[in-house]
Design a protein around this ligand. Structure first.
Ligand code: ZN
Length: 372
C-alpha cells in the first residue's frame, strides 16, 4: 500500500487550508484505517477554515498542522490487532464523538456527551483526506445500498434525528416549528415528515434553502426578513388552535430565533436547543417561558449513539427518507476551497457540500443526483 496521501490541512493560524502530502496514518490496535469515498463540509469545518474565535479557543495554534473534516463515508482497508467487530471491506461512517468508555455519561448510556470525549477533525486529525483512522468504537457500518454522498451526511442527519425525536420519539401527529434553513434544519424537516409529524413550520431567510425545505415537506414557510416576531408568533398560534406548537427545534442560535421558540412552544411542550448562541449567557423569560409553561428544554450536543444512526440507516436503506435535495454541491476533494466558497457565500445558495477524493466517485455521484 502507498505510504503517502493528500489531505486538507490547517497549517497556520489564519483563514484557509492547504492541500498537502502527508503519511497515511497507521491505525492503533483498536482503530481502523479507512479509504475515504466521500466527505462533507460541516459548519464546524467552516469555523476552523475561517479560524474564528471559537476555532482559536477550541483548537489553538499549538496543535497545528491538523487535517480538517469529520463527516465521512469510506471503506475499511486495515484494522488494528484488537479490532473485532469491524472487518476489512466494510463500508463505514464515523460517529464524530470519540467517547471515553470510562466517563460516567458513557457508563450511563449517554455516550454523546462526556468529560473526556474527543471530536474527530477537531481534537485529532480528520477525514478531509484520502485515508483517515478512527477507533473501532465509533465506526458505524453502513448499508452498502446507501451511496457515499448520502452515507457521509449521516452524521449531521443524526443531529437532526436527535433534535426531532428528543429522548422519547413522541412526535407522531404533533406540530413542529423548525428554525433555520441550513442543512440540519432541512434534514429535520425531512425526518419530521417521514416520521409522522402532522404540521411543520419552517422559519428561515434564504429562498434557495427554504424552497428545499418546502420540497422536503415543510407545510408553511415563515421568512424572518419578511415578518416581525409578533407576526410569526401569531401565525403559529393561528395554525395550532391557539396553543402553540408541541415541539420547537431551535437551530439558529440567534437571540431572535431563541425568543421565537420560547414563545411558540405550547405549555408542556419541548424545545430542542441545537443552535449555538454567539454569546452566552443570554436573557430568557425564565418564569413565563419555562417554569410556568412547564416546558422541557433538551440540549442537542451531537446525536444519541447509536440510536440515531440505526434509525437513519434503516430509513435511508429502505428508501423511506430522501434527503438528496439537501445535497446541492459536489466537488473533487482537492477543490475544497470551492466547497468552502459555496458554504460561505451570502445570500446563501447552498446546503450540503460533498467532496470526493476519487474523480470517478464524483462523476458517479453527479449522475445519481442528476447534476452536470
Ligand atoms: Zn458535522
Amino acid at each position: 500500500m502507498a505510504e503517502k496521501m493528500k489531505a486538507v490541512r490547517k497549517l497556520e493560524p489564519k483563514e484557509g487550508a492547504s492541500w498537502q502530502e502527508v503519511p497515511i496514518p497507521k491505525p492503533a490496535p483498536d482503530w481502523v484505517l479507512v479509504k475515504v469515498r466521500a466527505t462533507s463540509i460541516c459548519g464546524t469545518d467552516v469555523h476552523i477554515w475561517k479560524w474564528d474565535p471559537w476555532a482559536q479557543g477550541r483548537i489553538g495554534e499549538k496543535r497545528l498542522p491538523q487535517t480538517l473534516g469529520h463527516e465521512v463515508a469510506g471503506e475499511v482497508v486495515e484494522v488494528g490487532a484488537h479490532v473485532k467487530r469491524i472487518k476489512v471491506g466494510d463500508s463505514i461512517s464515523a460517529e464524530t464523538h470519540i467517547y471515553d468508555p470510562g466517563d460516567l455519561t458513557a457508563l450511563l448510556g449517554s455516550f454523546h456527551v462526556g468529560e473526556h470525549m474527543q471530536i474527530l477533525g477537531v481534537d485529532c486529525d480528520g477525514a478531509f483526506a484520502e485515508y483517515f483512522a478512527v477507533p473501532e468504537s465509533v465506526a458505524w457500518v453502513n448499508d452498502k445500498s446507501i451511496p457515499p454522498e448520502l452515507a457521509t451526511i449521516q452524521e449531521p442527519l443524526g443531529n437532526a434525528c436527535y433534535a426531532v425525536m428528543g429522548e422519547d420519539a413522541d412526535i407522531a401527529g404533533k406540530t413542529m416549528v423548525i428554525t433555520g434553513d441550513g442543512p440540519i434544519s432541512l434534514f429535520a424537516v425531512a425526518i419530521a415528515r417521514t416520521c409522522g409529524v402532522a404540521k411543520i413550520i419552517l422559519i428561515g431567510k434564504y429562498d434557495f434553502n427554504m424552497e428545499i425545505g418546502k420540497k422536503l415537506g415543510a407545510d408553511h414557510l415563515l421568512y424572518t426578513n419578511k415578518s416581525t416576531a409578533d407576526e410569526r408568533y401569531q401565525f403559529v398560534r393561528d395554525h395550532t388552535g391557539g396553543n402553540g406548537v408541541d415541539l420547537a427545534l431551535e437551530m439558529v442560535g440567534s437571540q431572535d430565533s431563541i425568543v421565537d421558540c420560547f414563545r411558540m412552544v405550547r405549555k408542556a411542550g419541548r424545545i430542542s436547543a441545537f443552535g449555538i448562541a454567539p454569546q452566552s449567557p443570554l436573557p430568557v423569560d425564565y418564569n413565563a417561558g419555562i417554569v410556568f409553561k412547564g416546558c422541557q428544554i433538551h440540549g442537542i450536543s451531537g446525536r444519541r449513539m447509536f440510536d440515531t444512526w440505526y434509525r437513519n440507516r434503516n430509513l435511508l436503506a429502505a428508501g423511506r427518507l430522501d434527503v438528496s435535495p439537501v445535497i446541492t454541491h459536489l466537488f473533487a476533494l482537492e477543490d475544497f476551497a470551492q466547497g468552502f466558497g459555496a458554504m460561505t457565500t451570502r445570500p446563501r445558495a447552498s446546503a450540503k457540500v460533498v467532496l470526493f477524493p476519487d474523480p470517478a466517485e464524483l462523476a458517479a455521484a453527479r449522475k445519481r443526483l442528476g447534476m452536470k
